[in-house]
Design a protein around this ligand. Structure first.
Ligand code: PMP
Length: 357
């Protein structure tokens, strides 16, 4: 009986490998450096006590708070259940299953491809160049047939590099009348000058994804934003669920966008960037470290001699990192989210213990 029910599942879902989120992988950690969360919490309370009514689909005060923060008009902003929902809604709205395709450029965030697979949308995988991690424009241009969406992560996760602005602009020009370019700026607060926000006016095919999960230190509330011209936002209104943002989430998100909270967020970014620089410096002097890649975000990618031993030793000692060894070009690489200063000190201490054995 159960077998018969299982047979009802769509064929593309049957063999789907779900996203291995940090929480799904598990571990018994004391120091969590595997999900690019903020190690410095932000703290909010809510005065809302009654929950018998549905929230607005797109809470107006939240939309206008975020629009103010990024300097856009309200009708250029969509609020979603994390940036992850934005990735999914774009595929839902623009890609015909079994017909259209997305382009993505690994090594990068896996959810672009996973959402395409779930929707039965084709995936054209065009790796970045080895070593520079920049996008291969020529190859993208020659593969645009049937492509509706091109996902670019900037700063890129897990490599931490910035995609050259001139390449993104060229990509926007090449695709102006045939595809949408989605720039995932989940980590842009750690390197704000590299945002593409100023180009939304000029390029109607540009879409930007943002989140409160990283620099804003609010991964637990699940709140993200899609920024684009109003025609695209209106299309996304058609496919979003009726009440995606809970009353409490909207209330906390609005608080996190007031002047004082934004200043706190920027202070946290300074602190985390400074911890990152300290960590990079320390790692560079450890013989087990083969290479530390330059990062513009709240994580670093590190290539180790004996990466497996290091990963396992840290795991056993309650320090949980993210293994990237299976990804294209990233053999022997681990991604380390930047923790608090004391967490960074502890991490270095443990790696040095192994190094001296
Ligand atoms: N984009 C990138 C590049 C990410 O790393 C993540 C989080 N892992 C997301 C989007 C999703 O963020 P959110 O928590 O807003 O869904």
């Amino acid at each position: 009986m159960k077998d018969k029910i299982i047979h009802l599942v769509r064929s593309n879902i049957k063999d789907l490998q779900p996203y291995e989120s940090a929480r799904r992988i598990g571990g018994n950690g004391k120091i969590w450096l595997n999900a690019n969360e903020s190690p410095i919490p932000s703290s909010f309370t809510t005065n809302i006590t009654l929950f018998n009514r549905y929230p607005e689909c797109q809470p107006k005060n939240l939309i206008s708070s975020y629009a103010d923060y990024v300097g856009l008009l309200n009708d250029q902003v969509l609020v979603t259940r994390g940036a992850d929902e934005g990735i999914e809604l774009l595929i839902k709205a623009f890609c015909n299953p079994g017909e259209d395709a997305i382009i993505y450029c690994p090594p990068t965030y896996d959810m672009y491809a996973i959402n395409a697979r779930i929707a039965n949308v084709k995936i054209k995988e065009i790796p970045t160049f080895r070593n520079t991690w920049q996008i291969n424009l020529e190859k993208i241009e020659s593969n645009l047939n049937k492509v509706k969406l091109i996902y670019i992560c900037n700063p890129n996760n897990p490599t931490g590099n910035i995609i050259l602005k001139k390449d993104i602009i060229n990509l926007l020009k090449i695709t102006l009348e045939c595809a949408l370019v989605v720039i995932d700026e989940a980590y842009i607060e750690f390197s704000p000058k590299n945002s593409m926000i100023d180009f939304l006016q000029q390029y109607p095919n540009l879409i930007i994804l943002r989140t409160l999960s990283k620099a804003f230190s609010l991964a637990g509330i699940r709140c993200g934003f899609t920024l684009a011209n109003k025609e695209i936002i209106n299309i996304l209104h058609k496919v979003i669920s009726p009440y995606p943002i809970s009353t409490i989430v909207a209330d906390i998100a609005v608080q996190s966008l007031n002047k004082n909270s934004i200043k706190n967020m920027q202070d946290r970014v300074l602190k985390i960037n400074s911890n990152r620089n300290w960590l990079v410096n320390e790692l560079s002097n450890i013989s087990l470290v083969e290479k530390v890649f330059y990062s513009n975000a709240n994580y670093i990618l590190v290539k180790f001699h004996m990466f497996e031993k290091i990963f396992q030793h840290l795991w056993t000692n309650g320090i949980i990192l993210r293994n990237q060894n299976h990804k294209i070009y990233l053999n022997k690489c681990l991604r380390i989210s930047i923790g608090s200063y004391s967490e960074c000190v502890r991490l270095i201490k443990e790696i040095k213990i192994l190094s001296n054995r």
